[in-house]
Design a protein around this ligand. Structure first.
Ligand SMILES: Cc1ncc(COP(=O)(O)O)c(C=O)c1O
Length: 367
């Protein structure tokens, strides 16, 4: 087992706190403790339950028809949930199929565990939509795990309900598992909201967190949900080695927000839809950039057009260092360097200035 640092996290470490205009983050603008209006004075700072506070697990289970709190394990973010699920299901040499582009951890964890990783790539030319026939070709009788993320980061693409059902039939027929990353699920409007995947089959495990839709990445609270007793049992064993239990302050904050989730999610969606329009209006005036309109979520993955003579990496660096504006380079997602991620969860004014700076930096360097 050998872990490499992720280019994406190196980039974040270097620049995110050094800028004024963050148009790269993939979460809705972060809330403060004051925004949540919560009294933490009563919380006992003892070890917690190994799988999460029962009332928090019940609150999380409400979104998964047919599941109860017993089917949930609360984790340190969706990141830990991903690590746990992959560690539970694979051993070195096992074949896995991971969607790409994606939050890099989704493929870095199986790589680090010594798996044979096949990337299944969403293509710009297909509007970053999943292609079931392509996915089918990647799955072999040896495949132990298929992993998809929708709404997708960084493309903002969305799997249709029909294709999701077909993927689940496929993994069931191959006797393998689907890890479905639903971290951005609640950013979808009611009409576009997918059924939570874990509710659809015992061969599926959903992972998600409070980070993106609620603007609470700092509490590091996520979860996995599944009907599979095997995954649940293995998961507790792994989580005991990683972190024993959850942070009690974070669990209290998560529960308090979930009890008022309709309000918090409605506020987040209003902000996201307003900002999506700002980015779309800006994009409609661009000659040097092209994109796939992000159907759902808070990120998109445009690219600098081929004919523009420029070193894209220099654009992202100049943007951060001179114009104090943060986007995420495509190489951080193992994609062509002309691509970059824009995140639009911040205040509208910050996004407008950040986008204008993007034009300035490109014009300064293009020849
Ligand atoms: C698809 C996806 N999954 C998981 C994560 C990890 O987030 P967290 O550990 O904060 O829940 C991210 C973060 O960007 C992500 O985009």
């Amino acid at each position: 087992m050998w872990f490499n640092r992720m280019e994406l996290e190196i980039w974040f470490d270097k620049y995110q706190y050094a800028v004024d205009y963050d148009i790269g983050e993939s979460a809705v603008k972060a809330l403060s403790v004051k925004d949540i209006d919560i009294d933490l004075g009563k919380i006992l700072l003892r070890y917690g339950y190994h799988t999460g506070r029962p009332d928090l697990k019940e609150a999380l289970a409400e979104q998964y028809p047919g599941l109860s709190g017993d089917h949930i394990i609360v984790t340190t973010g969706a990141s830990e949930a991903n690590f746990i699920v992959v560690s539970a299901l694979v051993k070195p040499g096992d074949h896995v199929v991971i969607e790409h582009p994606n939050y890099p951890s989704l493929y870095e964890v199986p790589r680090s565990l010594g798996c044979d990783v096949s990337l299944y790539t969403l293509k710009f030319e297909n509007g970053f939509r999943p292609d079931l026939a392509e996915l089918k070709k990647k799955i072999t009788p040896q495949t132990k795990l298929v992993s998809l993320t929708h709404p997708n980061n960084p493309t903002g693409s969305m799997i249709s309900e029909e294709v999701l059902h077909s993927v689940i039939e496929l993994v069931e027929s191959k006797d393998t598992y689907l890890l479905f990353d639903e971290t951005y699920r609640h950013m979808a409007s009611d009409e576009k909201l997918l059924p939570p995947a874990a509710a659809l089959s015992p061969n599926v495990v959903s992972i998600a967190s409070m980070s993106k839709c609620y603007g609470l990445p700092g509490i590091r609270t996520g979860w996995l949900a599944t009907k599979s007793p095997f995954i649940l049992d293995s998961a507790v064993a792994i989580r005991e080695q990683l972190s024993i239990s959850n942070n009690s302050l974070s669990e209290e904050i998560a529960l308090s927000v979930l009890r008022r989730k309709d309000k918090f999610l409605a506020d987040a969606r209003t902000r996201i839809e307003f900002n999506r329009k700002i980015v779309a209006d800006w994009m409609s005036k661009q000659n040097d950039f092209e994109w796939v309109y992000p159907e759902v979520g808070v990120v998109c993955f445009p690219r600098i057009k081929k004919y523009v003579n420029v070193d894209p990496e220099e654009v992202y660096r100049l943007l951060a260092e001179k114009y104090r504006t943060f986007v995420v380079p495509g190489r951080c997602f193992e994609m062509d360097e002309r691509h970059f991620r824009i995140g639009f969860g911040a205040d509208p004014g910050e996004i407008e200035i950040g986008l204008a700076n993007l034009n300035i930096a490109l014009n300064e360097l293009a020849f």
